[in-house]
Design a protein around this ligand. Structure first.
Ligand SMILES: *Cc1c(COP(=O)(O)O)cnc(C)c1O
Length: 388
């Protein structure tokens, strides 16, 4: 073994010894509440498929029709011949559906990770400061790195601390970047307060609505739900969670969108996502608009689980969203409980440091419109049995 390989092996061994080894489970079925994983029938609380659309046959039919009409591959980046009519149609629909300001436009990107890199490299540069909530998704941090901007993190949801940092900054360009719904906590950013701070300090407000789009604001996302409108808002959301497909988009003032298209490397230097996926997202948007019962079912499931919080052996974090984390604390305990649930046929992933702060390992219960009350009863009973 070369010394470089020995170094990798030693680091992997150390991770495993600390209980931090990660493994990939293989699903043999479509996404849903009841799935087959590694050959076992499991009740899953692991997916971000909040509306139960990832395996909807209408989306698959849209993919099939678009594959017949446009083929499977876009064949090039958007700027060099890979931009096909389903991409353009989708951008028009998203622009009016989620507009954070008058005349807003939208641009679709291959993934949410790339979308945040694109937004931050378009807005910020070496002379900029990006102010980010400490619990932000990792790709907002990475976007600030790629932009070569200074990244200042403020304590989770601490508006006073953010205000102090903004007031102290002499940067020419300031960007406040935040998740709307925090992916490991289910907590929500105070968007109106953030926009007020952005206005006071002449900053942009980049909102990552990966967990709000499709779910809140009648499906139009967190910014519409909060009733906010400003050319300072750069709205980003992903299409692989509630929308049940893949990809992401940014919706903002036309000058922001043009800057992304003209200059953002994570937009320019990657092949366009297949047009068939843009067609599937349009089918998904029809369902999100026309079937509010899915959101109602999800809301009822959230309320039903929370109503039983007192019966649970560990505390649920305070969350109104589909993300309902159960706080275990020690990494070893979280692993133990996740393994015991797994043995009983329930898949609830343990979230451990460094994804969450030391000492706050948790089980991340993700609810979906696809769950029934009986599924939630099964979860609660299994947690109690495991605790005994
Ligand atoms: C999932 C997620 C992303 C990344 O989106 P992908 O499309 O999966 O790359 C970005 N931000 C947040 C908050 C997310 O939860």
């Amino acid at each position: 073994m070369t010394s470089a390989l020995a170094g990798l092996a030693a680091r992997l061994d150390a991770r495993a010894a600390a209980g931090l080894a990660r493994s990939r489970r293989t699903l043999q079925t479509p996404q849903g509440a009841h799935v087959t994983i590694d050959g076992r029938a499991m009740l899953s609380f692991a997916s971000n498929d909040y509306l139960g659309l990832a395996a909807d046959p209408r989306l698959a039919a849209a993919v099939a029709a678009a594959a017949a009409a446009f083929g499977t591959g876009a064949g090039a980046s958007h700027l060099l011949g890979g931009h096909q009519s389903p991409h353009a149609q989708l951008e028009h629909r998203l622009a009016t559906w989620c507009a954070p300001c008058a005349e807003a436009e939208a641009v679709v990107l291959a993934t949410g990770y790339l979308a945040n890199l694109a937004a931050l490299t378009a807005l910020a540069g070496r002379d900029s400061v990006v102010f980010g909530d400490r619990r932000n998704h990792a790709c907002l941090n990475d976007g600030a790195l790629l932009a070569r901007a200074t990244y200042l993190r403020y304590p989770h949801l601490d508006m006073a601390a953010l205000a102090t940092r903004l007031a102290a900054s002499k940067a020419r360009c300031k960007v406040i970047a935040t998740d709307s719904v925090f992916s490991m906590d289910g907590s929500e950013a105070p968007l109106a307060e953030l926009l007020a701070l952005a206005e006071l300090h002449d900053a942009w407000l980049l909102v990552d609505d990966a967990h709000g789009f499709g779910v809140v604001g009648d499906g139009r996302g967190s910014v519409v739900a909060a009733g906010l409108g400003s050319t300072r808002i750069v709205y980003m959301a992903t299409l692989g969670k509630a929308a049940g497909v893949a990809g992401a988009f940014i919706c903002a003032h036309p000058a922001v969108i043009a800057t992304i298209v003209q200059t953002a490397r994570p937009y320019m230097y990657t092949t366009a996502a297949p047009a068939m996926l843009a067609s599937a997202v349009q089918a998904s948007m029809d369902i999100i608009r026309d079937e509010p019962e899915r959101r109602n079912r999800l809301a009822a499931n959230i309320a039903y689980l929370r109503a039983q919080a007192a019966a649970l052996p560990w505390p649920l974090l305070s969350s109104r969203t589909a993300i309902q984390p159960l706080l275990l604390g020690a990494t070893a305990l979280a692993n133990l409980v996740a393994d015991a649930l797994w043995a009983r046929g329930l898949y609830v992933p343990a979230i451990r440091p460094p994804t969450v702060p030391q000492g706050s390992a948790r089980l991340r219960v993700s609810l979906s419109a696809a769950h029934t009350r009986a599924d939630i009863d099964t979860l609660v009973a299994a947690l109690r049995a495991v605790a005994d």
